[in-house]
Design a protein. Structure first.
Length: 237
């Protein structure tokens, strides 16, 4: 049995080690992702376009792109109706997503810097400056519900791209799909950890007080990770 000190999970590398061990993200998974580079990289523009069609089809997600985006220096939209896939600010965001997707199939997952990058991607969506170049620039705040479901949508596109590819053999499709599934569940936690507070949260509604304990939040996050692990096992069978 592995023994894990809950307090140690505040440390990024300890947390990543636990997540990797739990969901069995190994060097073989990293190799599978790297092997998919020549398949995924050429399709990145189409994947990015599909993601932003989805994001701009709901007002609640499109609204996130009305304020000036962190690092963007061009003309910003003034209202929701100004937004479309060709707006310069949307193209700016598309570029970031494109680079992110390429990193997923090229990063060295044996290096701490790779996991630090994925953690900063999560942090930057909370409104904090995840990257040094974002300090003192307008904050980006996206609620966790939208981040989580978007990761699921991206995973669906990636997995579909792999399993329907005409030239990949079945073992390769299986390995890449499972590796992508594991990685994006870890990424999901590296978003969630910046939204779920460690201390007890007290939410007050009218005269009622609801207390959400750290143990409850942790159990919920673990349950989602278990689902990811089960999903990965399905691909194996």
């Amino acid at each position: 049995m592995y023994y894990v000190d809950p307090a140690s999970l505040d440390d990024l590398q300890t947390r990543v080690e636990y997540l990797r061990n739990f969901i069995d993200f190994t060097a073989d998974d990293a190799a599978a992702l790297h092997a998919a580079k020549d398949v995924v990289a050429p399709l990145v523009p189409a994947i990015v376009d599909a993601v932003y069609v989805k994001l701009l089809s709901f007002d609640i997600t499109a609204k996130s792109f009305v304020p000036r985006q962190t690092g963007y220096t061009g003309e910003a939209p003034t209202k929701l109706e100004d937004l479309n896939a060709e707006h310069p600010q949307i193209k700016f965001r598309k570029d970031f997503l494109g680079r992110y997707l390429v990193k997923l199939v090229t990063m060295d997952y044996s290096k701490a810097e790779s996991w630090e990058y994925l953690d900063k991607v999560g942090l930057m969506h909370t409104g904090a400056a995840g990257f040094k170049h974002c300090i003192s620039k307008p904050a980006l705040r996206v609620e966790y519900i939208h981040c989580a479901i978007l990761l699921g949508y991206v995973e669906d596109i990636l997995v579909n791209t792999v399993i329907t590819h005409p030239t990949l053999d079945i073992p390769t499709k299986n390995a890449v799909a499972r590796a992508a599934n594991k990685l994006l569940w870890i990424q999901n936690d590296l978003f969630a950890r910046h939204y779920i507070k460690n201390e007890t949260e007290v939410l007050t509604q009218s005269d009622d007080t609801i207390t959400v304990k750290k143990s409850t939040a942790a159990a919920t996050a673990l349950a989602f990770l278990v689902l990811g692990a089960v999903y990965a096992k399905v691909f194996r069978s």
